[in-house]
Ligand binder design. Structure first.
Ligand SMILES: [Zn+2]
Length: 356
């Protein structure tokens, strides 16, 4: 019995979404996968500037740390604040004390005049926004940043952009971090990516993926349920499976418990060790998190059979690289009250932009 675990890893996050909570009600419909993207997320990401990105990431990183998560694989988009966005996220995470692997999600859904494309297909030429997004990923990694080349999703990119992203990632020795068949609108992702995907790619969601693709699949059960996109059935895939939150916090024990009951609803013969293995697979991206030390209020942390059914547990303290960075509500590097106040200020700015 132990109340200590390594640091947890979130394999797919959107730190920019920390400010979205409590946003004004969207004006348009949000009754489908595509309308949720169009009327919530693509409006939010278009309104972001670097100040919002910094405080959103700082808040997300602080909330990760206090839930025992010391490493985040982030996927970012801010079409009107591309240059410097990844360094801004990395700085916010560093200031709090959380490690991040950052990527800029390129897309052709904004045309060269800055308007949203009514339709993007395989023949769509690479837009200047996509080019700048690839350049941002390149600049971040070349300057020593830990990152991947990000792609929003096949259905918002032409083939030219997908192929450029794949070859840039290969030339940098990193994988591509891409949403794959999250909703039926992206059901062609399998055929579009089949010939270019590599083993080091992160395939996010894969709910409607219709074939085998090379790469690890990141399962995000809470987000999938929230967006009503369907169940990804990760236990039926032969890919390496990782666990992420898709921007709804970074509490991995919570996400694992949810992943477990959703798995059981699908197949009652499955057991908690299956989900525990997904959490363990996350360390492939941040092996050093195993040296971090999270102390919990609960004493059976080494048993997935216990943690899957224990909803009342919380983090007492977190050490990263031997340095205590969180203890009983107190953050050592940054004042959480300041982070919350600044994030709230930036959220108000964001909401005003969304309403203007
Ligand atoms: Zn996502």
């Amino acid at each position: 019995m132990t109340n200590i675990t390594p640091g947890m890893v979130c394999a797919h996050h959107h730190l920019y979404s920390s400010l979205a909570r409590g946003m004004p009600a969207p004006r348009g419909k949000t009754d489908s996968f595509i309308s949720i993207l169009e009327n919530i997320w693509w409006r939010i990401d278009a309104a972001l500037d670097l100040d919002m990105i910094y405080w959103s990431a700082a808040l997300g990183a602080a909330e990760a740390l206090s839930s025992g998560t010391t490493c985040i694989i982030d996927h970012h988009e801010s079409p009107h604040a591309i240059e410097g966005s990844l360094a801004t996220i990395a700085k916010a995470c560093r200031d709090v004390g959380v490690r991040v692997n950052a990527s800029y999600g390129v897309t052709d859904r904004w045309d060269n005049a800055g308007n949203i494309h009514s339709s993007v297909d395989a023949s769509t030429k690479m837009t200047s926004g996509a080019r700048r997004g690839l350049d941002e990923g390149l600049a971040f990694i070349k300057s020593g940043g830990r990152g991947m080349i990000g792609v929003h999703a096949a259905f918002t990119c032409g083939d030219e952009t997908l192929h450029e992203a794949a070859s840039l990632a290969e030339s940098l020795g990193v994988g591509v971090h891409v949403h794959v068949a999250e909703g039926l609108d992206d059901v062609d992702a399998g055929s579009r990516l089949e010939r270019i995907a590599k083993e080091n790619w992160l395939l996010i969601h894969a709910v409607h993926l219709d074939r085998q693709l090379l790469g690890s699949i990141v399962h995000n059960p809470r987000s999938n349920m929230n967006n009503s996109v369907g169940y990804a059935k990760p236990s039926t895939r032969t890919n390496n499976i990782l666990l992420g939150t898709d921007g709804i916090g970074a509490n991995m024990m919570e996400e694992a418990r949810l992943a477990y009951v959703r798995l059981r609803e699908f197949d009652v013969s499955q057991d908690p060790t299956v989900v525990d293995q997904w959490l363990q697979n996350n360390y492939q991206y941040f092996p050093e998190a195993k040296n971090d030390k999270v102390t919990w209020s609960y004493y059976n942390m080494s048993s997935p059979w216990h943690t899957a059914f224990t909803t009342d547990m919380h983090v007492l303290s977190v050490e990263v690289d031997g340095e205590k960075l969180y203890e009983e509500g107190k953050f050592m590097r940054m004042d959480i009250q300041e982070i919350r106040a600044k994030a709230n200020e930036q959220a108000q700015r964001l909401f005003e932009r969304l309403e203007s």
